[in-house]
Write a protein that binds this ligand. Structure first.
Ligand code: ADP
Length: 306
């Protein structure tokens, strides 16, 4: 990130750089999450698109009823990982196993274990909420009263019972996302995969969705894996895998990662580096011309007061 400033005294650009080492290995004995068998096991996954490496030997496990985040900047390989786990694509190398089923060798059996919420909308806006779920149920072989009661149950769970007979096109973005969720969960999957599920949602709808994911984990014991590039969402996960340029650069709970990675590093690009360095060395909140403070622990809080 590099932003030009409009300061009169000197031009200044700042850049916040992560101090993440190549790989943060965490001692499982000191992990906050107890060791229980993996529901998802990713082993040395590799994928290349026409010469471009998207995943470069990624390995991690996801445990039962864990809310697990895949975090990383654009181009880090999150979507590629998501496509492989949801059996849309076969990995070039390595293995992905969910509930004991190999994504490359047993995709049909694996698909029965997972619910998937894609970034792109999959509900039909011209159909009512109930009709959308009815069609989804048929795809999974559900019929008659079993399907009817399952639809009612799911609509109640995502807070859409009173809108069951209304077309999805009349719903807000948050309601449409909740309907997507209901669709993904209709067949009682053990694992729910969500690709950047809060894209386009307002803060209230984002909060609701995350609360619902936590309820799913705590009450239904569903294992949830979610991709995001937002730190505030990542902090809500039990554990995180951080990808960068196709590599796993960190794995652990948000608290563990914060401890290991530490604060941000701020690189200041200024015409008067010496004077800036001198001012930055002064203890406590410093005043330097128009600049009111310099914080080092969290580079994002670096600010200028006009
Ligand atoms: P993310 O979801 O984290 O943004 P992606 O998995 O989409 O990352 O992309 C990882 C890398 O693979 C990027 O360099 C991207 O340009 C490349 N890539 C993704 N999809 C394709 C594709 N269909 N063809 C060629 N390269 C691709």
């Amino acid at each position: 990130m590099s932003k030009p400033s409009t300061a009169r005294q000197f031009q200044i650009k700042y850049l916040v750089v992560s101090k993440a080492p190549d790989y943060v290995a965490l001692d499982p004995q000191h992990s906050a999450v107890p060791a229980i068998p993996a529901v998802i096991s990713v082993q040395d996954l590799v994928h290349r698109y026409e010469g471009r490496t998207a995943l470069n030997g990624v390995s991690f496990d996801v445990r039962h009823a864990e809310l697990f985040g895949l975090l990383g900047p654009n181009g880090s390989g999150k979507t590629t990982m998501f496509r492989i786990l949801s059996t849309l694509m076969v990995a070039g190398g390595g293995r992905a196993v969910i509930m004991g089923f190999d994504a490359a060798k047993e995709p049909d059996a694996l698909r029965r274990q997972i619910g998937v919420v894609f970034q792109a909308q999959s509900i039909d806006l011209k159909l009512t909420a109930a009709e959308n779920l009815w069609h989804q149920g048929h795809l999974y072989g559900l019929r008659g009263t079993t399907l009817k009661s399952r639809i009612a149950e799911m609509l109640a769970r995502v807070g859409l019972s009173d809108r069951a007979k209304e077309k999805a096109e009349t719903f807000s973005g948050g309601m449409q996302r909740r309907l997507e969720l209901a669709k993904g969960l209709l067949h009682h999957p053990a694992v729910l995969l969500l690709d950047e599920p809060t894209t386009g949602l307002d803060p209230g709808a984002r909060r609701d969705l995350w609360q619902y994911l936590q309820i799913l984990r705590d009450e239904e014991r569903v294992t949830v894996i979610v991709t995001t590039h937002l730190m505030e969402e990542a902090e809500r996960c039990d554990r995180l895998a951080i990808l960068n340029e196709g590599k796993l650069v960190a794995l652990g709970t948000p608290a563990e990662l914060k401890r290991e990675i530490g604060g941000d590093v701020i690189l200041l690009d200024t015409r008067d580096a010496e004077s800036m360095a001198e001012r930055a060395r002064r203890p406590g909140p410093s005043r330097a011309g128009k600049w009111s403070s310099l914080h080092y622990r969290r580079g994002r809080s670096f600010s200028r007061r006009d």
